[in-house]
Design a protein around this ligand. Structure first.
Ligand code: NAI
Length: 454
């Protein structure tokens, strides 16, 4: 049988593309070597959100006195949090499996390897069999970078160092957790383990946390977590991991911090090794598969979506990229835009961000105006955040009078940011936004306030 489409990788990019392609009439085969749902559902977005929701409940109870609520003796049973995480993951991956089945997508649970282009199409082998399809969608995702720092490989093998995968199955709460890398994964895990009682130290190479997020918001996030007892060692390069400690260099001096467990969260790399991409001569940029705006590679009929193309390693980007690829396969013109992709850090408070920061706008030579306001302009924010110091920053292109960036640190940021994505994606002008009625009282009203204060 010759399939219309073979998809390699059943994460958000792959499984969503499978469903859309099958709904569009294509005969689809999906290869998945681990679990359907990919990193997002099994060891990323969803498991961490179940952890963080438990932490949020505990934080709320522990700090209830500020709101006249007294809870005595709040206990977090970490092993029950892990068990609930497993239940949530099982429920959601089961749902995806059922949806794929419902769409008539065939699933082969094995590692796929691209062999060659033949007269019939593309040949892919898995578990000793060969399959053929007219088109390929590579959605094999990414893997955590395990850096070549002395001791890391050995300590990873010994279970002292972990990646996002192992930390989510750890049954006990370490007394001292050292997080290497203050990016998204590092901060979310630092947040959870801080809430459940670990002494958390973050060691970050740069002078700020949160990677490319707005610098003011990065500082506020750091301040919030320092108040909660997290230690940040910024501008520090880890030079070795030894039993019981992490060694790093700061300003030319060698220092170390004691640890019971270490989380490695220094970024991810496209998982393109061993896929057989070289057999088709697929153009690569280091580990990443190069794609155009239609998500097509240099080979006709071969597409790639999600982390494998290294453009924006986020599940929601992968969904959309997969849809763009499928639409183009079905003859529906569609292009991927990367200017309004939201980013969220699910800390407490949350960070929500979309579009240009002042730094990127400057670098692009955009004539912009930025307005930063305190979140206290929103009544509901004040009602729900005793002593809250959240801010909202909007960035407007002066030439076109359009919103090009929004950055916020506040509760609900993860839910609010999509409205800003819509405004940026659709290129709505500031005058048009002024005519939009926002619900009251809400936290998102701060956006309207900032627009009127420009
Ligand atoms: P990241 O790229 O967000 O952060 C890595 C951090 O490690 C950077 O700040 C970097 O400067 C630092 N670093 C690198 N080498 C170092 C060293 N030797 N010593 C100390 N610091 C070092 O990567 P992360 O946190 O591992 O996340 C991986 C991916 O997963 C990202 O692409 C992220 O977008 C995605 N993700 C997204 C989430 C969300 O949307 N909420 C949640 C979790 C992950």
């Amino acid at each position: 049988m010759i399939y219309d489409l073979i998809v390699i990788g059943g994460g958000p990019g792959g499984y969503n593309a499978c469903e859309k392609a099958a709904a569009g009439g294509l005969k689809v085969l999906l290869f998945e070597q681990r679990n359907v749902g990919g990193v997002c559902l099994n060891e990323g977005c969803i498991p961490t959100k179940t952890f963080l929701y438990s932490a949020k409940l505990a934080d709320g109870a522990n700090h209830g006195a500020k709101y006249g609520v007294y809870a005595n003796g709040v206990t977090v049973k970490h092993e029950e949090v892990v068990a609930r995480k497993d239940k949530v993951v099982k429920q959601l991956t089961g749902g995806i499996r059922a949806a794929l089945k419902g769409h008539g997508v065939e699933i082969v649970e094995a590692t796929a390897h691209i062999e060659k282009k033949s007269a019939e199409g593309y040949n892919v082998s898995a578990a000793g069999k060969t399959y053929t399809a007219k088109r390929l969608l590579i959605a094999a995702g990414s893997e955590a970078i395990v850096p070549p720092i002395p001791g890391v490989k050995e300590q990873y093998a010994a279970g002292f160092c972990m990646t996002n995968r192992e930390i989510l199955d750890m049954k006990e709460v370490p007394e001292k957790l050292v997080v290497i890398g203050g990016g998204v994964i590092g901060l979310e895990m630092a947040s959870y383990f801080n809430s459940v009682g670990s002494k958390v130290t973050v060691v970050e190479m740069l002078n700020k946390i949160g990677g490319p997020i707005d610098s003011e918001i990065s500082k506020l996030l750091q301040k919030n977590y320092e108040k909660k007892g997290v230690t940040f060692n910024l501008g520090c390069r880890v030079t070795a991991v030894e039993p019981g400690k992490v060694v790093f260099e700061k300003d030319g001096k060698t220092e170390s911090v004691a640890a019971d467990k270490v989380l490695l969260s220094i970024g991810r790399r496209a998982a393109s090794k061993d896929l057989g991409l070289e057999n088709l001569g697929i153009a690569m940029d280091r580990a990443a598969v190069i794609t155009d705006e239609h998500m097509q590679t240099n080979m006709p009929g071969v597409y790639a979506c999600g982390d494998i193309n290294g453009k924006s390693m986020l599940a929601h980007t992968a969904y959309r990229e997969g849809e763009v690829a499928v639409n183009n396969m079905l003859g529906i013109r569609d292009k991927m835009h990367y200017n309004a992709i939201p980013g969220v850090i699910y800390t407490n408070p949350e960070v929500g961000t979309v579009g240009e920061t002042e730094e990127t706008a400057k670098a692009k030579g955009i004539d912009y105006v930025a307005k930063t306001i305190t979140m206290r302009y929103a009544g509901r924010y004040v009602a729900e955040n005793e002593g809250g110091d959240g801010i909202l920053k909007i960035i407007v292109d002066k030439k076109w009078n359009k919103l090009i960036g929004v950055h916020m640190i506040t509760n609900y940021a993860s839910e609010i940011i999509y409205g800003c994505c819509t405004m940026i994606e659709k290129g709505i002008t500031i005058d048009e936004i002024k005519k939009v009625v926002f619900p009251h009282p809400t936290v998102c009203e701060a956006i309207r306030e900032a627009i009127f204060m420009l």
